[in-house]
Design a protein around this ligand. Structure first.
Ligand code: NAP
Length: 335
């Protein structure tokens, strides 16, 4: 295998064209060699724009290319499981966009395919590769916050275009799948634990049938709690607060930290409410998608282990499932 992993991209998704492909092309271990679309002209146009050597008019044709080592799957959510399984069966490693699937059962099917193939599978929660989240975890583990007991997360945007995949219920739209998954993922990351039970409430858009305002509570071991709200029709906002017995951390742009701006996290020891015990930690600008791509490529090359694989993806999906169940039953549910 070459020193760089040769990647193929399934579809001309906005996230791929605008962020992930350019970021991965800037990586040291990553080469984007092909892109596919349902429409061959669209694939060719994207390939020319992005300097990708090969273009395919179907996802299957790309998967059949023997020169491709790994697949990036940024399809709409309902196609994550089917195409990820096809890619694994075609002998390719897969980095699949979040959420990995529409249910834990589908995620388990991916796990079966992954185990059969012996290939690598990752869910593209790029935030875990951003140094700001690494720093947050170091601070938590270093004890500066005392006992960390609570996380509060808000993630919202305003989007009512019915043609956007996020507003189509039948293809996996809605806030919980799209952004609630980050609240769950980052709380599992920060607490380094799995929630024991969850309760959720959803407000469903009457036209589109998608959850537009969703909140959840998750009870982690030792009395720790996550409370989150995510919304697709609310003023855009992203914030995470992690609170311990002796301090708190506030992450200013926890999820879409811009690649060209310093990131900032605030650590406050709470000595007074006006913030005189605050330290603002600046983190140099960095592209979290480049870090994610290179980390996966290095795992493919055998140079470092994959930090989060299919088991983590299944665990995250179990929590999302339980929140959907809870919204129906009105009761606590176990992931
Ligand atoms: N990690 C992140 O930061 C991040 C950010 C945004 C989105 N995402 C994830 O990335 C995925 C794509 O999001 P996006 O906003 O980039 O979506 P998008 O622009 O709508 O792209 C989805 C692509 O899938 C293909 N497709 C196949 N069947 C389709 C169908 N029935 N309806 C619509 N498109 C279909 C289309 O490409 P062709 O026509 O070329 O085949 C389309 O361009 C989602 O899973 C989302 O959760 C992740």
């Amino acid at each position: 295998m070459s020193k760089k992993v040769r990647w193929g991209v399934l579809s001309t998704a906005q996230i791929a064209k605008n962020h992930v492909i350019p970021a991965m092309q800037a990586g040291a271990f990553t080469e984007i060699v092909a892109i596919a679309s349902r429409d061959e002209d669209r694939a060719r146009e994207a390939a020319v724009d992005l300097g990708i050597p090969r273009a395919y008019g179907s996802y299957e044709a790309l998967l059949a290319d023997p020169d491709i080592d790994a697949i990036y799957n940024p399809l709409p959510n309902h196609l994550h499981a089917p195409l990820t399984i096809k890619a694994l069966e075609a002998g390719k490693h897969v980095l699949c966009e979040k959420p990995i699937a529409l249910s834990a059962e589908e995620a388990r099917q991916i796990q079966d395919a992954q185990e059969k193939s012996g290939l690598l599978l990752g869910e593209a929660f790029m935030v875990r590769f951003h140094p700001q989240w690494r720093r947050v975890r170091e601070i938590i583990r270093g004890g500066r916050l005392g006992e960390v007991r609570a996380i509060q997360t808000i993630f919202s945007y305003f989007l009512t275009d019915p043609s956007n995949i996020r507003n189509q219920a039948d293809i996996g739209g809605g806030g919980l799948y799209d952004i609630g998954c980050y609240a769950i993922n980052t709380a599992r990351f920060a607490f380094d634990a799995e929630p024991e039970r969850v309760i959720g409430i959803l407000d469903i858009d009457p036209q589109m049938g998608t959850d537009r305002l969703s909140s959840g509570l998750a009870a982690f071991p030792e009395g720790r709690q996550l409370a989150f709200t995510c919304a697709t029709q609310l003023v855009p906002c992203q914030r995470v607060q992690i609170l311990g017995t002796q301090g708190r951390i506030e992450i200013q742009i926890p999820f879409n930290a811009p690649a060209d701006q310093e990131a900032a996290i605030i650590v406050d020891d709470g000595r007074d409410l006006s913030g005189s015990g605050r330290e603002i930690i600046k983190i140099p600008a960095i592209d979290q998608y480049t870090l994610q791509g290179d980390a996966f490529s290095q795992a493919v090359l055998g140079e470092q282990p994959l930090e989060w694989g299919v088991a983590d993806a299944v665990a995250n999906m179990r929590v999302i499932d339980a929140l959907f169940r809870s919204a129906k039953t009105g009761k606590w549910e176990r992931p």
